[in-house]
Design a protein around this ligand. Structure first.
Ligand code: COA
Length: 140
């Protein structure tokens, strides 16, 4: 993902997530040097991911697939590439946060070997107040 992709990424994000990252959030991630990738099929963007690595820990900040292509294996293909990219940079563990109400996201991560390791209180904005995050992790 580069600066040139950000309009398309932000537009996709707004369709995918009820509380989307803004274009500025993605720009901040690029500026901070986070790993940022697009998944493409037949020349068109079908998903993307942002991952921040600190020492041996890879922190998955965002993984998203276009709504019309979800549940067709694209997210799994992207996540497996992220496992490899983390390992190549000597990560031994991947961590992420997910909303308790994101049933499909939680099922996706469980399917890929993530386990709940804790909660962060009031982590996310919600329709009313704030919502906790479930923290999940798996070895790489
Ligand atoms: C979560 C997400 C990245 C998964 O990508 P995907 O391409 O839809 O997932 P896959 O087709 O690779 O699914 C792999 C497995 O995950 C589980 N899964 C995925 N979507 C699911 C759903 N809606 N309900 C239940 N299980 C689901 C299933 O076990 C599935 O395997 P199966 O289809 O053989 O049963 C994608 O659905 C998405 O972008 N969701 C919205 C954004 C989001 O919630 N991101 C994660 C939190 S930031």
């Amino acid at each position: 993902m580069t600066e040139a992709d950000l309009d398309a990424v932000a537009a996709a994000e707004a369709r995918i997530h009820p509380f989307p990252w803004t274009r500025g959030n993605f720009a901040d991630s690029l500026a901070a040097g986070h790993g940022a990738w697009l998944a493409r099929a037949e020349g068109r963007m079908i998903g993307y991911a942002i991952m921040m690595q600190v020492l041996d820990e890879a922190h998955l900040l965002n993984i998203s697939v276009l709504p019309e292509l979800q549940r067709t294996g694209r997210g799994s293909a992207l996540l497996i590439r992220l496992f490899d990219l983390g390992r190549m940079q000597a990560a031994t563990r991947m961590l992420l946060e997910v909303r308790p109400g994101n049933i499909s996201g939680r099922a996706f991560y469980q399917r890929h070997g993530f386990e709940e390791i804790g909660r962060r209180r009031d982590y996310y904005p919600a329709h009313e107040g704030r919502e906790d995050a479930i923290v999940m992790a798996r070895g790489l």
